[in-house]
Design a protein around this ligand. Structure first.
Ligand code: NAD
Length: 478
């Protein structure tokens, strides 16, 4: 297991001599110790990324060569998926199958963007016979990228692949709670011969290394996926330098279930939207459900019955459906929110407690009904297996509830009526609207937030253009 920082094309021995223990959330055992990057490592990482940018390595690289390099990364990710997936499961808690899939998805992302290296089309703008104007997509320079713990391997791939296409060089910090599997990237970059300095991986706590990275004047651009609180801190810290930022932040995503919906499908979507993928620790979790009273009894009965049977346990067990929460702090956070839900007067229909039969951070699938839109559990991101159910009479009321939080990441509409779905999609303030299923996704599809859920888009062509800036060149023809 490689536990060092990856700088200027190789893993380097620790300068700070500080290490961070990484704990398995299913049994509290230490999986490994990662080197913490402090000032010396951070300076080296930024210097090497700047040098690589100034040498124009990515900008001058033949598109076919870049494509081959990215495809080679994808091939290696598939080669290491079993080893990497097992390690990711141990440090992050998700099932081994989910973690192997995360490596597969990361490989698919590199493959998709490998096909894009020669497809960036710049613009020629007609403006009369005596001028010639064109607009090109250009990089920002050195991009600082900060990754959260819930999908660290897949978020790493998206951030890095899109930035490679545009030509930004990279200093990236994986999350301190599960950084070990991200070091497979360093190993892979060495093996496929990614030029030195293009991608540098530094590890550390958010409030120490993360803050130092943000404060460092070496970045020209910041890509951050995480909580709005930290995004806000980044904006304040970089305000004087006016550093452009790309933010993929939290959510409080709502599904509206109309009376003509397929109830079984809606129930299935809820279970996979809030309980199954990562015990609700997912930015686009279906944390709110807005159901019409005509079908609510049937929906609730089926939802409770299915959720009750879900197998809560370690990601190492292939039967597990609800995996542990990432840390004891996260358990406390979820538990506090559930207590606040009870105090707010909402009806606790299921769960509402830890699974005390196990050593890890296991929380039972939890469902609240009759939730007030003003309640804290209706407004704040819990990031755990907790669903809040509301009901509505009119369509306008459903929209009002869906839009009643400061977030705007994903949302869903369940109806057999396409006109109604379109009407609803036009009115919900969110970057993604799913119709009749939760998670209708693909690497070629863009996504991102409205409101406090962030700005900038990832995925597809939009993702590429979102990570660069344009330059206009205008010539007077004599
Ligand atoms: P977080 O904001 O606490 O941490 C994210 C990253 O930022 C980590 O690497 C952390 O070390 C670092 N960090 C923390 N404090 C920092 C600081 N002061 N300065 C610089 N870096 C700092 O978030 P988290 O708990 O890791 O992840 C959960 C959050 O991420 C949730 O809000 C979730 O919705 C969001 N998220 C969003 C998306 C998306 O695509 N929109 C995807 C995944 C997660």
């Amino acid at each position: 297991m490689e536990t060092r920082n990856f700088i200027n094309g190789k893993f380097i021995d620790s300068i700070s001599k500080e290490k961070i223990p990484i704990v398995n959330p299913a049994n509290q055992k230490v999986v490994g110790n990662i080197d913490q990057a402090l000032d010396d490592e951070i300076n080296l990482a930024f210097e090497s990324a700047k040098k690589a940018f100034d040498k124009r390595i990515l900008l001058d690289m033949d598109p076919k060569k870049k494509s081959n390099m990215m495809r080679a990364i994808a091939t290696k990710l598939r080669e290491y998926k079993n080893e990497g997936g097992k390690l990711l499961s141990q440090e992050n808690g998700k099932t081994i199958a989910q973690c192997i899939d995360e490596f597969n998805g990361a490989a698919d992302t590199f493959d998709f963007y490998a096909g894009m290296t020669d497809k960036i089309q710049n613009k020629l703008i007609p403006s009369g016979k005596d001028t010639f104007n064109y607009v090109v997509l250009e990089p920002f320079g050195v991009s600082l990228q900060i990754v959260p713990w819930n999908y660290p391997v897949s978020i790493f791939s998206g951030m890095v692949a899109q930035n490679l296409i545009v030509g930004n060089t990279i200093v990236i910090k994986p999350p301190e709670l599960c950084p070990l599997s991200s070091n497979f990237y360093g190993k892979i970059f060495e093996e496929v011969g990614v030029p030195n300095g293009i991608i540098n991986i530094v590890h550390g706590f958010g409030d120490i290394t993360g803050r130092k990275l943000v404060k460092n004047k070496g970045s020209d651009y910041i890509v951050f996926t995480g909580s709005p609180e930290v995004a806000s801190e980044i904006l304040k810290e970089t305000a004087d330098r006016i550093v452009p930022c790309h933010f993929e932040l939290g959510g409080k995503s709502a599904a509206i279930i109309f009376p003509d919906a397929d109830i079984d499908k809606a129930v299935e979507s809820t279970v996979k939207g809030i309980f199954k993928p990562n015990a609700g620790q997912i930015c686009v979790a279906m944390s709110r459900v807005i159901v019409h009273p005509k079908i609510k009894d049937e929906y609730m009965t089926k939802l409770i019955s299915k959720s009750k049977k879900l197998k809560v346990g370690s990601g190492a067990d292939s039967e597990t459906e609800v995996t542990p929460l990432i840390s004891k702090d996260q358990m406390q956070r979820v538990s506090n929110y559930v207590n606040s839900g009870i105090q707010s007067g909402a009806t606790l229909e299921l769960g509402g407690k830890e699974d005390q039969n196990k050593d890890g951070n296991f929380y039972l699938p939890t469902i609240f009904d009759n939730v007030s839109t003003k309640a804290t559990i209706a407004q704040e991101e819990i990031f755990g297996p907790v669903a809040s159910v509301f009901d509505f009479e009119t369509e306008n009321e459903a929209i009002e509830i869906a839009n009643s939080t400061s977030y705007g990441l994903a949302s869903g509409v369940f109806t057999a009526d396409d006109q109604k779905a379109k009407w609803t999609a036009e009115r919900i303030k969110a970057g993604i609207i799913w119709h009749n299923d939760w998670f209708v996704d693909g690497i070629n599809l863009p996504g991102g937030g409205y409101k406090k859920s962030g700005y900038g888009r990832d995925g597809g062509m939009d993702g590429i253009y979102s990570h660069g800036q344009t330059k206009r060149v205008s010539k007077r023809l004599y």
